[in-house]
Design a protein around this ligand. Structure first.
Ligand code: SF4
Ligand code: SF4
Length: 365
């Protein structure tokens, strides 16, 4: 397993986490096996909000057994009154449900206490002024929420949340379909605005846990994908992990076999992880913009081209740490010999050798 560090904390978070969608179809024994296997494999980040109430007790029992090893996202605003997942901005039921989730875990704290699924200004205002926000802040102060977090599908709401300066983690819907098409309500915002938001997360030190990395499975099926071609799970995971700010991807699984398939990402080759085929699939990506895919590797000078570009983009939007990270790299843009290999290889049409000159001029190295 690979791990990334939460910027506002010391937690090491596994790059593959586990979402809760899909597991409600499994029986209790299958859920136990799946979650135990996940923990054995080094997964330590779990969302705790299945599509139906039935698995909550089993999930809570397994996660509770490993409480010190795992981070759990517990949401304030999810409801299971009818037995199926529901949602509210009313403080009283939201808080009651949150506290019952802690009891199910056999614990008195949430690693991440989530302001849950806010996509509209009116809902944002209700949550911030109607009791939920005061409650979340009070729990953060008394330690029963270790980190404040939020989930949204809306870049606009994400920015309102970021403006509070109070959050350490955001759960955001992210995949190539949501970034490059407007075919889903879960993928709000234009391509460039969504890209800019990822840089804003990174600059604010707010880590991102990715929901819907396969667009609910649509991207894995050529007939259902808006691109008319399928991507693999491995490509979708790599795409998400390459976006600035992202710490972990949280796909849902139906059971043990599904999880084993997902864990295949860890042993996947760079060819299997390569998602540069997106350049042919998504018209918008033909803008000559580096998406950090590393398809242009290997550079004969050993320059990590995707990473160099990511740090440059981050530095350009005011991230001082990005400059430090860049300077700490072993090889810098100044070592580019203009061989043109990257220019020929880049499917997105980026004139990378010219960009290396620009990056060298900016960082002075
Ligand atoms: S220059 Fe092109 S191929 Fe290289 S990392 Fe950027 S987008 Fe990918
Ligand atoms: S042009 Fe520069 S950055 Fe690109 S592959 Fe050649 S040496 Fe590396």
């Amino acid at each position: 397993m690979e791990y990334r560090v939460l910027p506002h904390g010391a937690e090491q978070i596994s790059v593959i986490g586990l979402g809760s969608a899909g597991i409600h179809n499994a029986d209790a024994a299958e859920i136990e096996r799946t979650y135990e296997l996940a923990i054995d494999a080094g997964i330590n980040h779990f969302d705790f909000i299945p599509s139906e109430a039935a698995p909550l007790e089993t999930m809570g029992r397994v996660l509770g057994r490993h409480r010190d090893q795992v981070h759990v996202q517990v949401h304030i605003g999810a409801l299971y009154e009818s037995g199926a997942y529901g949602w509210t901005t009313e403080a009283e039921p939201a808080i009651a449900e949150f506290e019952s989730r802690l009891r199910a875990l056999g614990t008195d704290y949430a690693d991440f206490g989530f302001i849950h699924c806010i996509d509209e200004d009116a809902d944002f205002d209700r949550v911030m002024n109607g009791g939920i926000w005061d409650y979340a802040q009070a729990r953060k102060a008394d330690g029963s929420i270790r980190h404040l977090a939020f989930s949204t599908h809306s870049p606009h709401i994400a920015r309102r949340m970021l403006d509070t300066g109070a959050f350490d983690l955001a759960m955001f819907s992210l995949n190539p379909m949501y970034d490059y098409t407007d075919e889903s309500e879960y993928g709000q915002g234009e391509t460039s605005d969504r890209m800019a938001l990822m840089h804003e997360f990174e600059r604010a030190g707010v880590g991102v846990s990715v929901m819907k990395p396969f667009a609910g499975g649509q991207l894995l099926d050529a007939a259902a994908s808006p691109f008319g071609r399928a991507l693999t799970r491995i490509q979708c995971i790599q795409y998400a992990l390459d976006r600035p700010g992202v710490l972990t991807v949280l796909p849902g699984v139906h059971g043990e076999a599904d999880l084993r398939d997902l864990l295949g990402y860890l042993d996947a080759s760079s060819e299997e992880r390569d998602y540069s085929m997106l350049a042919e699939m998504a018209p918008q990506s033909r803008e000559a913009r580096c998406v950090y895919c590393n398809h242009c590797q290997p550079c004969p000078q050993g320059i990590q081209i995707g990473l160099v570009n990511k740090y440059y983009d981050l530095a350009m939007v005011g991230d001082d740490l990005a400059c430090e990270h860049y300077l700490n790299l072993k090889h810098h843009a100044s070592e580019c010999i203009r061989c043109g290999h990257c220019d020929r290889r880049c499917p997105f049409g980026v004139a990378q050798s010219m960009r290396m000159s620009e990056i060298e001029a900016y960082f002075g190295r």
